[in-house]
Design a protein around this ligand. Structure first.
Ligand code: BTN
Length: 258
């Protein structure tokens, strides 16, 4: 049984701070029965021993390097579930802007980039429980890594806030979590109130750097690699590409590789 104390609810959000766990997403799943009455809940860990990324990749999660957090909640507007990744991506970009002043870009659906290098990633896992949609929104933000702290194969692709700021001092995950929580809950409220135009406007603004750019797109189910020109984010949260024959296609799952 997980004990609850009123001070654990800043702004109505229950916060569980862990020293270590395998994955904050897993923690929410494994403790769902104990936690569900307190939703929305934020689980955050100083380090993760089994941090997970999209497509079964590993998310290296060492102490003092990053923010490792997961929000758990029931989505009050399940019909808007397809827009949740975009909502999360723009929340991270707004958070980074608030804490540091730096402006990041959004690589559909929810990778946060700075100078085309990855600053933050999101792993969303949903469960249907009775008629409710239980959402786990896992967020990893690179805060204090130096280039050599990233695995070798990521050293040209990843970046941390400390590298961007060229700063001696470190970013405190607790302070970043506080800003992220209020920003994310505010955007989530808009999602649940069907204010999708605002969410789409922010999404399109943050993805503008990709418009009319050639991209490679990896389709997860067929494993096909598609080359095309990024055209736009559609009103229902998909990505529209123009292929070599001049046709446009919209994808709702997959990954933009470059
Ligand atoms: C990605 O870009 O591949 C997604 C990375 C998501 C990492 C975060 S860290 C907190 C939460 N717990 C996990 O195991 N993964 C997410």
């Amino acid at each position: 049984m997980i004990q609850t104390d009123k001070k654990d609810f800043p702004g109505g959000l229950k916060v569980i701070r862990l020293e270590t766990c395998d994955s904050t997403n897993n923690y929410l799943k494994e403790n769902y029965e104990d936690l569900k009455r307190d939703f929305p809940v934020l689980v955050t860990a100083v380090q993760q021993t089994g941090g997970r990324g999209r497509d079964e990749r590993t998310w290296v999660s060492e102490r003092n390097h990053g923010l490792y957090s997961s929000f758990g909640f029931f989505l009050r507007a399940p019909h808007n579930l397809g827009i949740l990744p975009l909502t999360t991506g723009i929340s991270i970009i707004d958070t980074v802007k608030k804490i540091s002043g730096y402006e990041c870009g959004l690589k559909w659906p929810n990778d946060v980039l700075y100078n085309r290098r990855k600053l933050a990633g999101v792993l969303i896992e949903n469960r249907i429980s009775d008629t409710l949609v239980f959402c786990i929104v896992g967020i990893g933000i690179n805060l204090n890594q130096a280039r050599v702290d990233f695995p070798y194969e990521l050293q040209k692709k990843a970046i941390s806030l400390k590298m961007i700021a060229r700063s001696e001092s470190s970013f405190d995950p607790g302070s970043v979590n506080a800003v992220l929580s209020s920003v994310f809950l505010a955007w989530l409220e808009k999602l649940e109130n069907n204010s999708l135009l605002e969410i789409l406007a922010a999404t399109r603004q943050y993805s503008a750097f990709l418009v009319d750019q050639p991209i490679r797109f990896h389709h997860p189910h067929t494993r096909a690699l598609i080359r095309g020109i990024f055209k736009c984010i559609t009103a229902d949260g998909g990505v529209m590409l123009m292929t070599h024959d001049g046709n446009t296609v919209v994808h709702y799952s997959g990954e933009i590789l470059s």
